[in-house]
Design a protein around this ligand. Structure first.
Ligand code: CP
Ligand code: NVA
Length: 305
């Protein structure tokens, strides 16, 4: 049976930890080219723009000895030029894995359902699992452990938050969310994450107060206030997220050795001030680099089965 990577929640804690261990090992062999995926091809089906995800997958596949094809919105218009079913079936005859960035979660689920090869979610409206794997790899790299840490996420309860919170819950990291009314995480996803957290001896709490969330936290995490596809809401969102900016007044409340994380791309002056994102606590580029290693671990896990 082929396996996909659609949600962190579909993986066991042991599988997540094994993926992070594998990512660490791959990082130690940085720059080395192997032959694990020799003769294999991966399709990158992207409906939205990307820097990190696209480049790290392309480089990752090539470092594993495989071949990568980028298919942007003009090549494969999922569900428009042809059905998602037909895209899944056709691509499965050519490639050995499909990495897809879509607008609607239903599209990635549909793609995975009909594809005969593994499908990896490269971001949808609800999840960003590859980001979350790199995030917890980065956290362990910085602190040497998972347990006993608290991540404070301030902003939008979006795709990045859902996956980050799920990954933290799987490995025992506490999470505190603070965001304005109307931008909470999806209640059913949150419930599922909280069940996982409880089983792993940690908590995932939500609230409105950024100061309460950040107090004593080891990691402060930010994402954009306006995600891809929400551009029409920009004005409204910028107003509603006022008070949820990560700035030096807020970071003073965190643990003195706190780290600042952001999935990127970032908007300096909106969700985070320049002094924080470019300051000595920021680990955003380690985090970005780890996308490469974490995704190589996922590719190996799914494609060498
Ligand atoms: N963090 C992330 O997924 O970045 P891209 O949108 O540039 O891929
Ligand atoms: N929440 C953001 C993440 C970008 C990597 C978005 O969906 O646009």
């Amino acid at each position: 049976m082929k396996k996909d990577m659609i949600r962190i929640l579909d993986y066991s804690s042991a599988e997540i930890k094994a993926l992070i261990d594998s990512a660490d090992k791959l990082k130690k062999q940085k720059g080395k080219v192997s032959t694990h995926l020799k003769g294999k091809s991966v399709a990158l089906v992207f409906q939205k723009p990307s820097n990190r995800t696209r480049v790290s997958f392309a480089v990752g596949v090539s470092e594993l000895g495989g071949n990568c094809l980028y298919l942007g919105p003009d090549e494969i218009s999922l569900g428009k030029r042809e059905t998602t079913h037909d895209v899944a079936k056709t691509l499965s005859r050519y490639v050995h894995c499909i990495v897809a960035r879509v607008f609607d979660n239903k599209d990635i689920v549909e793609l995975a359902k009909h594809a005969d090869v593994p499908v990896i979610n490269a971001l949808c409206d609800l999840y960003h699992p590859c980001q979350a794997l790199a995030d917890i790899q980065t956290i362990r790299e910085q602190f040497g452990k998972f347990k006993g840490l608290t991540v404070a996420y301030v902003g939008d309860g979006n795709n990045v938050f859902h996956s980050l919170a799920a990954a933290c819950a799987k490995v025992g990291i506490n999470v505190r969310f603070a965001g304005p009314k109307g931008y909470d995480p999806d209640p059913s996803i949150l419930k599922e994450i909280q069940v996982v957290a409880k089983a792993n001896g940690c908590t995932v709490e939500t609230g409105r107060d950024p100061q309460a969330a950040v107090k004593g936290a080891h990691v402060i995490y930010a994402d954009v206030w306006v995600s891809m596809g929400q551009e029409a809401e920009t004005k409204k969102r910028i107003k509603q997220f006022e008070g949820y900016q990560i700035n030096s007044d807020l970071t003073k409340l965190a643990d003195k050795n706190y780290k600042f994380m952001h999935c990127l791309p970032a908007h300096r002056g909106l969700e985070v001030t320049e002094d924080v994102i470019d300051g000595k606590h920021s680990i955003i580029f380690d985090q970005a680099e780890n996308r490469l290693h974490a995704q190589k671990a996922v590719l190996l896990y799914l494609m060498k089965k």
